[in-house]
Design a protein around this ligand. Structure first.
Ligand code: FES
Length: 175
């Protein structure tokens, strides 16, 4: 009886609209597309983000249950990967490549300047919702490292300090 009550309470909690961006059916569809394979947690999270624009916090319990993972694990994975986010993206998205070739070309030294000029850290969105700053893991522009991508449209290579200033000004300009 106690167990039944507990289960019902948990089910009601799962289905409660605590997170208005969460849609149980949409997450279920993503899980089915991946065969509810716990080994595919990362691509599942990316597909959830592709659907909602972010990983809704309300989806964590559903994902954990379906995949036999703990909620802490789901939180840990989303928190670890800078390209996954809990909140909706800003109006513009600036992706700075931090993969091997761009690191060798000095992107790490540019990160503090980018963060200062944009007004938030990698993996965050500015308070005014204007720009989301994300890390990317190779943009296919290794020959022009360090590289960045604005709004999945504008690629910029061989970034240096002045290039960063121009890029951030473009990201900050209203379209
Ligand atoms: S490593 Fe940065 S573009 Fe390939």
């Amino acid at each position: 009886m106690e167990t039944g009550h507990r289960r019902r309470r948990e089910r009601e909690h799962d289905e409660s609209p605590l997170d208005p961006t969460y849609d149980h059916a949409a997450v279920a569809a993503v899980l089915e597309a991946h065969g509810r394979d716990a080994g595919r947690l990362l691509p599942i999270l990316h597909d959830v983000q592709a659907h909602f624009g972010h990983v809704p916090r309300g989806s964590v319990r559903q994902l954990a249950r379906a995949l036999g993972r703990s909620r802490a694990e789901i939180h840990g994975v989303v928190g670890f990967y800078l390209d996954l986010r809990w909140e909706p993206a800003g109006r513009r998205t600036l992706r700075l490549c931090v993969a091997e070739s761009c690191q060798a070309a000095g992107v790490r030294a540019l990160v503090p300047l980018v963060e200062e000029l944009v007004g938030c850290r990698l993996g965050e969105t500015t308070l005014d919702g204007a720009v989301t700053l994300e890390a990317a893991y190779c943009l296919g522009l290794c020959a022009c490292s360090p590289a960045a991508l604005l709004d999945d449209e504008t690629v910029v290579g061989r970034l240096d300090e002045s290039g960063v200033r121009e890029l951030v000004a473009a990201a900050r300009a209203e379209q």
